[in-house]
Design a protein around this ligand. Structure first.
Ligand SMILES: Cc1cc2nc3c(=O)[nH]c(=O)nc-3n(C[C@H](O)[C@H](O)[C@H](O)COP(=O)(O)O)c2cc1C
Length: 336
């Protein structure tokens, strides 16, 4: 079934931030579609799909470890987008097959400028290989029965971006997200909404406009400036996911506490919880203050709970889980 991409407010893919608790929180505040962090196909192919009965989740767990690479739940199935990093159509499809029954859509990352991605021919390296883009997207599209999309950056000229976007549209993707920056741009450089506008005018499929949305009012501003009907938010949501609330943002300290509780509830990866909290703190406060230093010393979600005065909540959640009396990975393996 195709996910509908018009008129949506979307949580951007963000490494270490966009795990299940963060996605659930963003959705509670009003995000219609929530992207997970980019996961590289090679890594996904090392995973086994497991039902986690205790949490009520589906986990992709790296074989021979208990490292959860992707965790999702039924409640988000109709809105969660899995973002894949890839440079090969066959490998991308093999990896996507592991997760496709648990998600609403798969997105191919064509915008990451980091050297790890670029040197592996992934992320923004794909932008200069339209034939490979075509191969990857058509292979996914032909073989999966969920929506397929991609996320690109602007190319050197708006004309080049439009040409590429037109080729991408021909593959039959359900939508295209355009981050209004070029590969060489830094996050502090203003996003070029005019470049996104040119893509919107040239295509018929939904274009998701991305870049510099920090307040609820920016959703309308970027829609007016680009003509896009859907908007994706990265840093604005990372710092305060209540940016999706039409009534306005909540106080960041309260939002942070909600995030801590969701992390406990969904037994989030500790590194990801610490990373996300640091991102919030560095924006609103300072990592050199006791809170930032305190996070560095946390060795478990239990420590995080203590730091944020959520000991009772933690105890309650853990007690409920132990009533389940099943080890989360007690031999239940539904990998295909
Ligand atoms: C912490 C962080 C992690 C990110 N990880 C990804 C990622 O995994 N995949 C991706 O396509 N973009 C990633 N991005 C880029 C965002 O999705 C988005 O395109 C960018 O931040 C611009 O949007 P903004 O101006 O609203 O922040 C990341 C950005 C941030 C801040």
């Amino acid at each position: 079934m195709e996910l509908q991409y018009r008129g949506k407010h979307i949580l951007a893919p963000m490494v270490r931030v966009g795990t299940l608790p963060f996605r659930m929180l963003a959705a509670e505040y009003g995000a219609d579609i929530t992207y997970g962090e980019e996961i590289i196909d090679h890594r996904l192919l090392r995973c086994t799909r497991k039902i986690n009965k205790m949490l009520g989740t589906v986990d992709l767990v790296e074989k021979g470890t208990d490292s959860v690479v992707f965790r999702t739940c039924d409640e988000e199935k109709s809105r969660v987008v899995f973002q894949i990093g890839t440079s090969d159509a066959v490998r991308a499809l093999q990896a996507a097959n592991l997760v496709s029954s648990d998600i609403a859509a798969i997105d191919v990352n064509m915008g990451c400028p980091k050297s790890f991605s670029m040197s592996g021919g992934m992320g923004a390296a794909l932008l200069s290989k339209p034939d490979l883009i075509h191969d990857i997207l058509t292979t996914l599209k032909r073989n999966l029965n969920i929506s397929v999309t991609c996320k690109i950056r602007l190319l050197k000229t708006h004309h080049d971006t439009v040409e590429l976007a037109r080729r991408i549209e021909k593959t039959g993707v359900a939508a295209i997200a355009v981050h209004g920056r070029k590969v060489a741009d830094r996050p502090r450089d203003p996003a070029q909404w005019d470049g996104i506008a040119e893509v919107v005018s040239a295509l018929s499929i939904p274009v998701i406009a991305n870049g510099d949305v920090f307040e609820y009012s920016d959703f309308q501003r970027i829609k007016d400036a680009t003509g896009a009907s859907s908007v994706m938010v990265g840093r604005g949501a990372c710092w305060n996911p209540s940016v999706f609330r039409s009534e306005g943002k909540l106080f960041w300290e309260d939002v942070k506490r909600e995030y801590v509780k969701k992390s406990i509830e969904w037994d989030n990866d500790l590194k990801c919880t610490k990373h996300t909290l640091r991102e919030m703190i560095v924006h609103y406060s300072c990592l050199e203050f006791p809170e930032g230093k305190g996070i560095n010393c946390c060795c478990s979600l239990s420590d995080i709970a203590d730091m944020y005065g959520e000991r009772d909540f933690y105890t309650e959640v853990v007690a409920k889980r132990s009533q389940c009396r099943v080890h989360p990975f007690a031999g239940i393996n539904c990998g295909s």
